[in-house]
Write a protein that binds this ligand. Structure first.
Ligand code: 5RP
Length: 223
């Protein structure tokens, strides 16, 4: 089993039958959803309901038979299991490498318990080596791009393939900021949120309750 599969399947141990489960996005969350599907079909988690953080996760869950409902149909999510691109042991991180940061943050906001599943090398002291995704509306996107450029934030538009621009599930663009280091994530988050045209950014400050980090040998450390 590859480490992402190990930690993804392990995270399913945190789910109890009858729960509303937040379905994360990405290649690690994939294995969590796969394990949920197995347990759903086996009957041990026959009464769970999923709330998806992307079309991709929704499609995967539905194929496995797991009922998926809209976030507005539930009062809260009991447990959300999601991946991350970088995180600290102080429970902050960067998300959005898969382009789902907006839905991921909305689902996280309404989740009672948030579990991040990551490979060990994603645990860092200082965030920022991973490009920070910023979801923006299409209108005026070049204006924002130039603003980021002039501020020395090294922006690039997220692409899909070689030529086409990436469009999020909510119909927006993503600009990735190549910052290298984010010494004060709170300040950066505040500044980004204040820009008109920015829908959401990929800084998740004080989000997860639990981080499960897996090393190459498949051993899991819980933070
Ligand atoms: C998607 C995300 C993912 O959780 C993040 O990119 C980690 O993905 P992976 O498990 O494939 O490394 O934020 O928007």
């Amino acid at each position: 089993m590859n480490p992402k599969e190990v930690v993804g399947r392990k995270a399913a141990d945190y789910i109890e039958d009858g729960m509303v489960v937040g379905l994360g996005t990405g290649s690690t969350a994939y294995w969590f959803i796969d394990e949920l599907g197995l347990r759903f079909q086996a009957g041990t988690l026959a009464n769970i309901v999923g709330v998806a953080t992307s079309k991709q996760s929704e499609d995967q869950a539905r194929k496995l038979g797991i009922p998926v409902v809209d976030i507005d149909e539930v009062n809260h999510i009991d447990v959300l299991v999601d991946g991350a691109d970088e995180c600290t042991t102080e429970f902050s991180g960067i998300k959005g490498g898969g382009g789902a940061l907006l839905m991921e943050k909305i689902v996280a906001q309404h989740s009672r318990t948030i579990i991040w599943i990551v490979t060990q090398e994603k645990i860092v002291d200082t965030l920022g080596a991973f490009p920070l995704p910023v979801e923006i509306v299409k209108y005026g996107s070049w204006k924002l791009f130039r603003q980021f450029d002039q501020a020395g934030m090294h922006p690039t538009f997220r692409k899909k393939g070689v030529d086409s621009i990436f469009i999020t599930d909510q119909g927006n663009y993503i600009i990735d900021l190549h910052l290298e280091k984010i010494p004060n994530p709170q300040q950066t988050a505040f500044e980004l949120k204040n820009l008109v045209g920015v829908v959401e950014h990929g800084l998740f400050i004080n989000y997860p309750d639990i981080i499960l980090a897996v090393n190459d040998a498949g051993e899991i450390v819980t933070y």
